[in-house]
Design a protein around this ligand. Structure first.
Ligand SMILES: NC(=O)c1ccc[n+]([C@@H]2O[C@H](COP(=O)([O-])OP(=O)(O)OC[C@H]3O[C@@H](n4cnc5c(N)ncnc54)[C@H](O)[C@@H]3O)[C@@H](O)[C@H]2O)c1
Length: 253
């Protein structure tokens, strides 16, 4: 069995690529010679990410895709595979985190969060996994969250969706190992993007950073580097793992 890593010129799909961690992943991959397939619901943000990647010489195929819509995932994946010829990597990064307490949360919010975060990851992996298995090489990186391990007030739906991703990562890794595919997840701590800024100020986030062993909150590039590692040949003996990237925050009560 040959279990491989990303090579220059390979195509990688990044979901949620219009801003934040997804954009940083796309840019980092463009610096490493990837051809990119960029997915998001925001056409404007995708165009900005495309320009940043193109400045590094990367070719980009941009598709407006809502990963909460399994039918759209299937059609867009078929289009991307036909256009690129071969897809090596998939980064399931798109995610949402509406803050709602358990006592107030509705079935619709639960369905929406599980639909985008967990089922989006599942159905993107299904769509590209079959193609990667046919070609006998490929790697998937999923975006979990520290909240999957710690829980969170006003986000039980989010924490559960991310815990589901940690679990799905292992099952996918087991099912596809024989086909030459690897699947791992990253567990980011607080990272400076729009997501944590939805309920904290930048000052509050930076003051939380002072209590983290490495003295700061994460930057999107910190997460992107680990995603690139997990896609690479250097991680050829890793599968089914969820890697925390949090400056040591998980050790602080
Ligand atoms: N920033 C953090 O502190 C942090 C911590 C742990 C995990 N994460 C995870 O990292 C990932 C990236 O988050 P971020 O911090 O960059 O947040 P962000 O809100 O800046 O970016 C999320 C991106 O996903 C896109 N998106 C949302 N719904 C979508 C859908 N249905 N289909 C396609 N795209 C969609 C958004 O348009 C946006 O571009 C998420 O999965 C998030 O849960 C973030």
């Amino acid at each position: 069995m040959s279990v491989s890593g990303f090579q220059t010129g390979d195509s990688v799909v990044v979901t949620g690529a219009a801003q934040g961690i997804g954009r940083a992943v796309a840019v980092a991959l463009s610096q490493r010679g990837a051809r990119l397939v960029l997915w998001d619901i925001s056409a404007e943000g995708l165009a900005e990410t495309e320009a940043l990647c193109a400045a590094n010489g990367a070719s980009c195929f941009v598709q407006q895709v809502d990963v909460g819509d399994p039918a759209r995932i299937a059609s867009a994946a078929a289009e991307a595979i036909a256009r690129q010829g071969s897809i090596f990597g998939l980064v399931n990064n798109a995610g949402i985190f509406p803050r709602v307490a358990i006592r107030d949360v509705t079935p619709d919010v639960w369905r929406q969060v599980l639909g985008v975060n967990l089922m989006g990851t599942v159905f993107c992996s299904q769509a590209f996994g079959a193609h990667m298995a046919d070609q006998g090489r490929g790697a998937v990186v999923n975006m979990a969250s520290g909240r999957a391990l710690q829980g969170t007030p006003r986000g039980a739906h989010y924490a559960a969706s991310k815990a589901g991703i940690v679990s799905f990562t292992k099952s996918f890794a087991l099912e596809y190992a024989d086909a030459g595919l690897r699947c791992n997840a990253v567990i980011p701590g607080v990272t400076e993007t729009a997501q944590p800024l939805a309920d904290s100020t930048l000052e509050e986030l930076h003051s939380r950073g002072k209590r983290i062993p490495l003295g700061r909150i994460g930057q999107p590039e910190d997460i992107a580097k680990v995603v690139c590692f997990l896609l690479s040949e250097d991680a050829a003996y890793m599968t089914g793992q969820s890697v925390p990237v949090n400056g040591g925050a998980i050790m602080v009560p």
